[in-house]
Design a protein around this ligand. Structure first.
Ligand code: MG
Length: 215
């Protein structure tokens, strides 16, 4: 499949992810619905649910209201990598090479959520199972280039957590934040292992991922 076809597929996928309501604080890409309709409000899209929740909550003045964001296929898309691998078995070396290039496209509806929450005074924490030592620099640059800036902290897998499940690692990161006094008001990820375990937050929002499963 050529690069133009890959781009077309990416546009289709991001369009599907965007269906069902939006956030009013950011300009929407041209392919988004212009406004939420009655029918959209009745569907079960994660975006409808998270938008309604965000409208209801406020951040306290103490700066301790936090949201957790996963990175891979939540903030940044790996669709082009998996497409090139024909959606086959996970290849850790090839994925590391892809991720180190810092060329993952940002996912528009998640960026809008990210910006809307920061506008409301919430602190965004990016928690990723990516290896900090080898992918820390490329990941932070990739986030910045795709508009994910102003976050409170990027928390990646350090050597002591290598070999542990995503659920165990992410639970430990969330516990660290809670121990620091943060209140986790929401948690967004494409894997259930992002959203299960300890201190998951007041509400969790599962983004669809038809490509793979991480325990
Ligand atoms: Mg992920």
């Amino acid at each position: 499949m050529g690069s133009s076809q890959a781009l077309a597929l990416w546009v289709v996928i991001t369009h599907l992810l965007s269906l069902g309501g939006g956030f009013v604080s950011c300009a929407k890409p041209s392919f988004w619905p212009s406004s939420a309709t009655h029918d959209e409000a009745g569907c079960l899209s994660w975006r409808v649910q998270v938008s309604a929740y965000v409208d209801q909550i406020a951040a306290a003045a103490d700066g301790l209201d936090a949201w957790i964001f996963d990175i891979d296929d939540t903030c940044l898309s790996n669709l082009l990598y998996y497409q090139a691998k024909r959606f086959g078995a996970y290849d850790p070396m090839a994925f590391k090479k892809w991720a180190s290039q810092g060329a993952c496209p940002g996912i528009p509806p998640v960026l809008e959520l990210f910006a809307a929450l920061q506008d409301k005074g919430f602190k965004a924490f990016l928690v990723s199972g990516r290896d900090e030592e080898t992918l820390g620099s490329g990941t932070s640059q990739n986030l910045e280039s795709e508009g994910f800036s102003g976050y409170e902290r990027l928390m990646m897998r350090t050597p002591e957590y290598r070999g542990q499940s995503s659920s165990v690692f992410k639970s430990a990161m969330r516990k660290q934040l809670v121990d620091e006094g943060y209140r986790i008001r929401g948690n967004v990820g494409d894997q259930w292992s992002d959203l299960q375990g300890d201190n998951v937050g007041d509400r969790v929002f599962k983004i669809p991922n038809p490509m793979y499963f991480v325990p």
